[in-house]
Ligand binder design. Structure first.
Ligand code: ZN
Length: 439
């Protein structure tokens, strides 16, 4: 245990104080909080002799990229990508103020505690400790704090990949948010799913049309009725199950350690063995499309001539055409579909399974948790990995956290009372430190 420069506490305590400090920077959309938080993180790195480069796609939408030397400069640098922006929080809904970063009852509380100021704090603490004590990571690092992740990375990762790819020169592998937390399974086992695939996202407009007419008529010709029934079916009827390779690997692993045979015809059964992770795993089995905006009508006594809705779509990576077929079948022939925006998700490459990341994550986790198992999985949300893979960078979600078994961690992402256990943050910093020696 080495002491930090400032005091006699173990160095990993800095992950806790930095997590609180980052939460106190208000990085909700609007204002200049993202710039200030990025400058704050850059200063922490400059203080230990590094040279962060700050860039802005638009005023206040700041990203930073910092190169960290490695023991073996001939190795490809590892990209660690993070974001400091957060989704909004309504203070009146919370037990603790969402911008307080308060440490209470063994947790750091606040917006971003889970997504993802926790990992940013751990990585900053690890890199600062290593630079202070001259323990270089095995390979060089590229630390990227990327703006605008919560808005699909348009002004952050997507912009950087398009306009400043020089800053990521040489990176072939990346780790980021979205995987690496413990899932208790069976009798005393823990699986840490490390994501190597992500669903894609799309926004679609769907529209039903008819002839405007007097609302006194007795008729079923109403575009609102047609559209309402169609989008209602998207929520009540599930899309078909497709078992992707990553989801199958994780479900088989869960069944193995639970002593249960895996049944590929009924993969939902295996999801039930994963406790709080059940919902997350079930989302990986099928496409989804939910209406999130509705618009129709201009006066109460007129049946409108059209009704539109916007759909938020999460589709299995590489299967867009198949999804569209399922969508049209569900909506029926009277609804038009227009694509508004789309990301590609993250599809593992043919070499992903052989990546040294797997052995390094497993060994790093086992140095702190003797029963740790690692498995690939597919994230049902999206991260900046969708943009970074366009540079040929292989992306993995690895934010190592040993969690209390009674914590429904998945529900805290973008949720009320977002909080991370202090012990999990300490664990995260120590495992990340070990990982940088091993990979
Ligand atoms: Zn995030």
């Amino acid at each position: 245990m080495s002491a930090s420069a400032q005091n006699s506490e173990p160095w990993w305590e800095e992950a806790v104080t930095l997590c609180s400090a980052l939460i106190r920077h208000d990085t909700q959309l609007g204002g200049n909080g993202e710039r200030r938080a990025t400058e704050y993180a850059a200063k922490l790195l400059a203080d230990v002799g590094l040279s962060p480069v700050l860039v802005e796609s638009e005023p206040t939408r700041t990203s930073s990229v910092t190169r960290v030397p490695g023991e073996d400069p001939s190795l490809d640098p590892l990209l660690i990508h993070m974001h400091l922006d957060v989704v909004p929080a309504q203070a009146h809904e919370w037990s603790v103020h969402p911008l307080s970063g308060e440490v209470r009852d063994g947790y750091v509380w606040g917006r971003g505690a889970v997504d993802m100021k926790n990992m940013a704090a751990s990585v900053l603490a690890v890199v600062r400790e290593r630079m202070r004590t001259g323990r270089l990571p095995r390979r060089p690092l590229v630390l990227a704090f990327l703006a605008d992740e919560e808005n699909a990375g348009v002004l952050g990762a997507e912009w950087l990949v398009r306009e400043r790819r020089d800053l990521l020169e040489g990176c072939r592998t990346a780790i980021g948010e979205g995987g690496g937390w413990s899932v208790p399974v069976g009798d005393g086992h823990r699986i840490y799913p490390v994501h190597s695939a992500e669903k894609g996202w799309a926004a679609l407009q769907v529209k039903a049309t008819g002839r405007p007419q007097h609302a006194s008529r007795v008729t079923d010709a109403n575009p609102l009725r047609v559209l309402g029934e169609a989008v209602g079916r998207l929520t009540t009827d599930r899309f078909p199950v497709h078992l992707t390779a990553e989801v199958e690997l994780l479900l088989r692993r869960i069944c193995d350690v639970s002593g249960v045979a895996f049944d590929p015809a009924h993969p939902e059964t295996a999801c039930e063995l994963a406790g709080f992770e059940r919902e997350n795993l079930l989302s990986g089995l099928r496409n989804s499309a939910h209406a999130t905006w509705l618009s129709a009508g201009y006066q109460s006594n007129v049946i409108p001539g059209e009704a539109t809705a916007e759909l938020d779509v999460r589709y299995l990576p590489g299967r867009w055409a198949e999804f569209l077929g399922e969508l049209h079948a569900a909506l029926g022939p009277d609804v038009e579909v227009t694509e508004l925006a789309r990301t590609f998700g993250l599809s593992p490459t043919s070499t992903s399974a052989e990546s040294g990341v797997w052995a390094a994550t497993r060994a790093a986790l086992r140095s702190e948790d003797a029963v740790a198992e690692v498995s690939p999985f597919m994230l049902s949300g999206g991260t900046d990995a969708t943009h970074l893979q366009r540079l040929g960078i292989e992306c993995f979600g690895f934010n190592p956290l040993l969690l209390p078994p009674d914590l429904d961690f998945w529900s805290l992402f973008h949720g009320v009372d977002e909080r991370v256990p202090v012990d999990s943050l300490r664990f995260s910093a120590r495992v990340m430190d070990r990982f940088l020696d091993l990979y």
